[in-house]
Design a protein around this ligand. Structure first.
Ligand code: DP6
Length: 358
């Protein structure tokens, strides 16, 4: 499979106007994507849990038009959000060759997130995934393929061109993105379902997201990825990530939680180590991020719990644990961790199964 696979043949149908809606989830990477090349291609393979409760709902309202420009408006929670439009413009330019109907319509893109916009939770993965699904669904109608299922591979391909990690937000529950020698079907172009056996321990895995810092990030993911080009440790990091994914394969099969924890926390800290050692260097963790990590480690040593943490490109902490420990971990979070969150806020989430059409 290469890019040409996603260039459509002539459309057979015309549609004057209409509306489509999709709800797409966020995801949390266990092995991280950090560093890219070409058109949104990852320097290493990554794997994520798809989430269930953190999601974006997007409606695409379309109407035929004549001009040769892209024509769209973006609305967040019912209000025009012009600040999102340059990103969508760039996205449309990038995907135009794969979705050539984009200049034939005027679009109204209405979007809303299940989590507060200011929560510091990245909405780009769920947002780009939901929009990609709407566009690929519209293409299905234009191709006269109304009866067939929406092309989830193409949706993942298009979502990736909007935001890399968005290609892992189409399906669930464990998604791999990036060529990996041991994972058949894995590809730099799209996210695919993890193809091997997964132990019961990882079914319904819980993710409580502790909102440590809700402000704008000082350094965007795009800038962070770029800094990997000149990074002295980049090659070792890409190798480490691919090896960590290799190590996860037998762990996911056997259910060895203590080994799982080591890989997941090593990945989170390695991601942030890349930030600390970039030039210019930057720190996205906050003092409370470290407080939470230390409390998790102390609790784990004291109770033999299988709780662990991971981090995205920000200060918030994802607390991961098996469903069986929900009660004890919830008490621990309330008693010890919630005090380190902005306004005592957290989001309770768990592994989910992918996007749905509304
Ligand atoms: C730290 O997917 O947000 O969350 O491709 O530039 O849109 P762009 O970057 P983005 O990077 C997210 C990186 C990460 C790790 C991960 O999700 O794998």
């Amino acid at each position: 499979m290469n890019e040409a696979h996603f260039i459509p043949s002539q459309y057979t149908q015309t549609l004057e106007k209409g509306q489509l809606s999709w709800e797409a989830p966020s995801n949390i990477a266990l092995v991280k994507y950090w560093g890219k090349y070409g058109e949104q291609l990852p320097k290493n393979a990554s794997i994520s849990f798809t989430l269930q409760n953190c999601n974006t709902k997007t409606s695409l309202i379309f109407e035929e038009k004549k001009s040769e420009e892209f024509d769209f408006e973006v609305y967040l929670d019912g209000k025009r959000e012009a600040s999102f439009e340059p990103k969508i413009q760039k996205f449309f330019e990038r995907v135009f060759v794969y979705l050539p109907f984009l200049k034939d319509y005027k679009f109204k893109i209405e979007t809303s997130n299940s989590f507060p916009h200011s929560s510091g939770i990245a909405s780009s993965a769920s947002g780009m995934s939901a929009l990609a699904l709407c566009l690929v669904d519209l293409e299905r109608a234009l191709s006269g393929a109304e009866g067939s299922a929406v092309d989830l591979k193409k949706a993942s391909f298009i979502a990736r061109l909007g935001s890399g990690s968005a290609c892992r937000s189409i399906e669930g529950d464990l998604i791999v993105w990036g060529d990996h020698i041991q994972i058949p079907g894995s590809s730099n172009l799209i996210g695919v379902k993890y193809p091997f056996e997964v132990h019961e321990n990882f079914k319904n895995y819980q993710d409580t997201i502790l909102l440590v810092d809700k402000g704008e990030k000082q350094v965007s993911s795009t800038v962070g990825h770029d800094l990997m080009h000149e990074h002295p440790f980049a090659l070792e990091r890409f190798k480490q990530a691919n090896e960590n994914l290799s190590k996860l394969i037998p762990i996911l099969k056997s259910g060895a939680l203590s080994e799982f924890i080591k890989i997941v926390e090593n990945e989170a800290l390695s991601l942030h180590a890349m930030m600390l050692t970039s030039m210019p260097y930057f720190i996205l963790m906050k003092p409370n991020t470290l407080e939470i990590i230390n409390r998790i480690w102390t609790f784990r040593a004291r109770t033999n719990s299988n709780i662990c943490f991971t981090l995205d490109a920000g200060a918030n902490v994802h607390v991961l644990y098996p469903l069986l420990e929900k009660e004890t971990v919830s008490i621990f979070i309330k008693q010890e961790l919630i005090q380190f969150c902005k306004n005592g806020e957290c989001i309770e989430d768990q592994v989910g199964f992918g996007a749905v059409k509304n």
